[in-house]
Ligand binder design. Structure first.
Ligand code: AMP
Length: 216
């Protein structure tokens, strides 16, 4: 399966992408994670991206397109994958197209997770991440077994600098302005399935898996 998971920040994309990747054996390609790692390592791309990321803006298309194209140019490129947080603009979708075509990797599904803005603001203020492996937690919806520590490696959890309310609202505005345009773009190709992103993690996962089934 080759799919794109689209949804506003805080829609649970990262959590669901991780589950799909583990359970269905798909490579999880998350541009946000790749960028945060580049920023942490202080690479040239990471240094360029940092001010955009911290203020909740989109990183320039060229930089992200190049990073994703790199993943598909490598000898160990994935054949089955889930793209999480990419593409986010029409220009990115247009850049992705020839990269995948060149490798004969056609997209099979675009899942759109639907969650309303106010619920997202509530969710993100409770979001905590393991700085080691990026596992996301939530103080009420998905708490770690031991408060404040990662279940896997016990590293103290941190909040992302872009999860403050003002920044979250800016990121939501960007989603409505730039990323939502992708829905009609992929709908025309018959790839889009909308999934209700409210409720517990396993229910949402079940709905996504159902939406991955071929149309009958
Ligand atoms: P995410 O973890 O997907 O919410 O991404 C965190 C931040 O990384 C975003 O707010 C952007 O600044 C940047 N970013 C991630 N993916 C992209 C993308 N496809 N295009 C532009 N910026 C991105």
């Amino acid at each position: 399966m080759r799919l794109i998971l689209l949804g506003p920040p805080g829609s649970g994309k990262g959590t669901q992408a991780k589950l799909l990747s583990e359970r269905l054996g798909l490579a999880h390609i998350a541009t946000g994670d790749i960028l945060r790692e580049a920023k942490r390592l202080g690479t040239p791309a990471g240094r360029k991206a940092a001010p955009f990321m911290d203020s909740g803006q989109l990183v320039p298309d060229d930089l992200v397109n190049e990073m994703v194209a790199d993943v598909f140019r490598r000898d160990d490129r994935p054949e089955k994958f889930i793209l999480d947080g990419y593409p986010r603009t029409l220009a990115q979708a247009a850049a992705l197209d020839p990269v995948l075509r060149q490798q004969f990797l056609n997209l099979e599904r675009v899942i759109v997770l639907k969650v309303d803005d106010e619920e997202i603001v509530r969710r993100l203020s409770g979001r905590w991440i393991c700085p080691q492996d990026q596992t996301p937690y939530h103080t009420t919806n998905n708490p770690p077994r031991q408060p404040g520590r990662c279940d896997v490696c016990q590293t103290p959890l941190v909040q992302r600098p872009d999860d403050t309310e003002a920044t979250v609202r800016r990121r939501l505005k960007l989603f409505h302005e730039s990323t939502e345009e992708l829905i009609p773009f992929y709908r025309e190709q018959g790839l889009v399935r909308e999934v209700n992103g409210s409720g517990d993690i396993e229910s949402i996962y079940g709905r996504i898996v159902q939406a991955l089934q071929p149309a009958s």
